[in-house]
Design a binder for this molecule. Structure first.
Ligand code: ATP
Length: 358
């Protein structure tokens, strides 16, 4: 019996609609596999938690997460939070606290979804906890500072540890995907001579453990163009935080936009399913949000954990979700308005569950 203990953290706005749908899909997928046992643990987070418990990231939630294998986190609408210390954006804290070093963001063209380049099937692995992101890259203080009113300094942090961990995630994925068997490390060592060279050095070191996978390198600006023109030349991409942030949104644009962009943050002990898109307050409460990215983030979590536990049934259940989602998108009768359909969030989720259960 393979046991999983997974958290459900709804988040804000459309999170309240898409997270329950994603959980329902995973539950439907594992139904026919008798050796999978998932314990689901709902935990408060976000604005609802602040209103009810006084904190957007309650201590009880933080403590409970340590006992889990992973969790689904809905989008957080922190831009609308009151400016008080009890109501903070939990994202960067969760990514740091649970050492979620690699952010895996696939971009895959799907039949039935209008997109710029239907040959796209890539995965970007972005280092998650350092780089230029000042909310994560310092032990204390901020790396975004102003020595004078007319000068701002932003400091980028690159470590061998996190670079190696992100690279290892990329190589493992290239092996699992079994496609081009290639990892492309994206850098700008022509300018960032120390930071990007350290990152590349870490990637080359990790590559020695994967003789079956080729390591390629590309300068970030050249890659931004090549990915648009010939995405089929790439398989798994690994890069530092801010390059990855920008390139993964560009990749999402190639396959139909942010609604089509799932994500999984992983570290040595935990993983967190988190779609790339925000909480979309403009469409919240209307049951029209596209649940694809949230469902596929949860699918990635199941797949990742099942590979770690060497759980064949879990791997199969995750593949079943991908196939059911692809079939509903292709059929196009039960898709949300952003994909050109008329279905509600719930209806699209139900169509995926029905496909899984036949
Ligand atoms: P954040 O800064 O928190 O990442 P954002 O400002 O990038 O958020 P989003 O909340 O991602 O913005 O929304 C951007 C646009 O995309 C909005 O018009 C929103 O309605 C739309 N959008 C985002 N996610 C979805 C979704 N799952 N389904 C349909 N539309 C979406």
């Amino acid at each position: 019996m393979s046991k999983y203990k997974l958290g459900i953290l709804l988040g804000d706005d459309i999170g309240l609609e898409i997270v329950p749908v994603a959980v329902k899909v995973v539950k439907a997928a594992v139904k026919k596999y008798f050796n999978i046992d998932i314990e689901w643990v709902p935990l408060p987070i976000g604005y609802v938690a602040y209103k009810e418990l006084g904190y957007s990231l309650p201590k009880e939630t933080k403590n409970a997460l340590y006992s889990l294998d992973g969790w689904v986190l809905g989008p957080i609408g922190h831009m609308a939070y009151p400016n008080v210390p009890e109501c903070i954006n939990p994202h960067p804290i969760l990514r740091r606290e649970y050492d979620l070093v690699s952010n895996i963001r696939p971009a895959k063209a799907q039949e039935g979804v209008t997109c710029i380049n239907n040959r796209t099937d890539i995965v970007i692995v972005r280092e998650n906890n350092e780089g230029f992101q000042p909310d994560r890259n310092m032990f204390k203080g901020s790396s975004d500072c102003m020595p004078t009113p007319d000068m701002a300094l932003s400091l980028r942090v690159i470590t061998r540890r996190n670079s190696s961990m992100a690279a290892r995630t990329a190589f493992e994925l290239a092996r699992q995907r079994n496609k081009l068997k290639k990892v492309t490390a994206i850098h700008k060592n022509t300018v960032f001579k120390l930071g990007c060279s350290l990152f590349l050095d870490a990637c080359r070191e990790v590559a020695k453990d994967y003789p079956d996978i080729t390591l390629d390198t590309c300068v970030v600006d050249t890659f931004a163009m090549k990915m648009l023109m010939n995405p089929e030349n790439f398989d798994v991409i690994v890069t530092t935080n801010m390059f990855g942030d920008i390139l993964s949104d560009e990749a999402a644009g190639l396959v139909g936009g942010l609604g089509m962009a799932p994500g999984l943050c992983v570290g040595p002990k935990y993983c967190m399913a988190q779609a790339t898109h925000g909480s979309a307050p403009d469409i919240a409460g209307r049951n029209i949000a596209n649940p694809y990215a949230m469902i596929m983030s949860a699918q990635m979590m199941l797949s990742w954990l099942a590979h770690q536990k060497k759980d064949i049934e879990g791997i199969k259940a995750a593949e079943d979700i991908s196939n059911a989602v692809a079939s509903v998108l292709k059929e196009h009768t039960s898709v949300t308005p952003d994909l050109g359909g008329h279905a509600s969030t719930q209806e699209m989720g139900q169509a995926i569950c029905t496909t899984l259960l036949v």
